[in-house]
Design a protein around this ligand. Structure first.
Ligand SMILES: [Zn+2]
Length: 237
């Protein structure tokens, strides 16, 4: 059980997967969060509003501290790649860096952005980076010249406007036991306070769906995901 969570910006993992990460840790999994950028230009609006004259570097420092604090509350190690945002750009070196990271960590599950997000230029790019690096790290199914791992299961986490991003959830994770940790992690993200209520409400709504689907009445908060590749199991049950 090794969970790798890759977000385009340093706050993405908090809103979309903090509960699932905390739950995985509770279940004894090893986890790693990767922030491809700090979201210093496109997802730090409140910091820029506070002081329009501050430097990009100072925003990065604050965003780093906030995301580190959120990751510490959840108990997950986090790495910052500082690729820059709005626009994030891909290069051969960055794909190689991500491929090595995936190969070194050997995740059994990867969570990242959805393929589409018409409201965000960087999230689909993160999807593409992860898609390519995951394939390269797992040898695309055939023997290859470099180290390869078994292809990890791979899910998209929920985008901000799911219907408009082609996101159809097929997996719900019960995060009831760790919801307070998610709330505490969300509270660390001072640059995006408007999202706290929204994602707490979303967890409650997704739990309603999860209860209706499964009959599991104990689910009070949930996070939803969409699998990107079929799962292979040894039983239909
Ligand atoms: Zn983002």
């Amino acid at each position: 059980m090794k969970l790798l969570v890759i977000g385009a910006h340093s706050g993405d993992f908090v809103w979309r997967a903090a509960g699932t990460i905390a739950k995985a840790l509770e279940d004894g999994a090893e986890t790693l969060v990767v922030a491809l950028s700090y979201g210093e230009r496109g997802e730090s609006g409140e910091l820029w509003k506070e002081d329009p004259n501050r430097s990009v570097e100072s925003v990065k420092v604050i965003r780093h501290a906030q995301a580190q604090q959120a990751a510490d509350i959840i108990g997950a190690p986090i790495r910052f790649l500082d690729w820059g945002d709005y626009p994030m750009l891909l290069s051969d070196e960055r794909i190689e860096q991500l491929t090595h990271l995936i190969g070194d960590f050997e995740p059994t599950v990867i969570l990242t952005h959805s393929k589409e997000d018409p409201f965000n230029p960087d999230h689909p790019l993160a999807f593409q980076a992860v898609q390519r690096a995951r394939l390269l790290a797992s040898g695309a199914g055939v023997p290859s010249a470099f180290k390869q791992i078994d292809p990890p299961a791979w899910y998209a986490f929920e985008p901000h406007q799911p219907e408009l991003s082609g996101f159809v959830p097929d997996t719900f994770v019960d995060i009831t036991s760790v919801m307070e940790k998610k709330r505490a992690a969300m509270a660390c993200m001072g640059a995006q306070t408007y999202l706290r209520d929204y994602y707490a409400e979303l967890a409650s709504r997704r739990a309603n769906h999860a209860r209706r689907i499964s009959g599991q009445k104990q689910v009070l908060f949930a996070e939803s995901f969409q699998s990107q590749v079929p799962r292979v199991t040894d039983t239909i049950f």
